[in-house]
Design a binder for this molecule. Structure first.
Ligand code: RP5
Length: 164
């Protein structure tokens, strides 16, 4: 793998059942040419492996970590406990509470260990990728230019929409 192809982001999810939503996160990163490591790792089911993956992420060249989970969604907080890389949390819909459980579990971090929390579900998965690109763009002007071009295209599309 060349230096340019090295993954800059990691996407973690608590279960393979989260992938149907989180694939949109990877697709969005790919639209910006940002490679990522994608892993199923759980705060509850694989706590030691989660800690090991996150603790070694910075030395592998990862600059931002996206963590998605449903139900008692502790993954993003558990990830943030092991790194000072920015951690973006995506709460996912569960079977009983529509994702409100995961939203509160992800967003309500006590002071000192932040998690930047996105919307529940697909919107959050896509926005986590865009926000990750915005973070990576601080050092990469070509990403900033693409972000600006995409915002412009989005606005033009909306302004051009006809209702009937
Ligand atoms: C969480 O529990 C996962 O992130 C997933 O959203 C939820 C249910 O997991 P499974 O029972 O489908 O594996 O840890």
């Amino acid at each position: 793998m060349s230096e340019a192809d090295k993954p800059l982001a990691a996407i973690l999810m608590g279960s393979k059942s989260d992938w149907d939503v989180m694939r949109h996160c990877r697709e969005t990163l790919a639209q910006y040419g940002v490679g990522c490591e994608c892993r199923v790792l759980s705060a509850h089911r694989t706590p030691a492996q989660t800690a090991e993956f996150v603790s070694s992420a910075e030395e592998r060249g990862i600059e931002v970590i996206i963590a998605a989970a449903g139900m008692a969604a502790h993954l993003a907080g558990a990830v943030a406990a092991h790194t000072t890389l920015p951690v973006l949390g995506v709460p996912l819909e569960g079977p009983s509470l529509g994702g409100l459980d995961a939203l509160l579990s992800t967003v309500m971090m006590p002071r000192g260990i932040p998690v930047g929390t996105l919307a529940i579900g697909k919107a959050g998965a896509v926005n986590a990728a865009i926000l990750a690109v915005q973070i990576l763009a601080n050092k990469r002007p070509e990403l900033r230019e693409k972000l600006k071009a995409d915002r412009k295209a989005q606005a033009e599309k909306i302004l051009g929409e006809k209702l009937e």
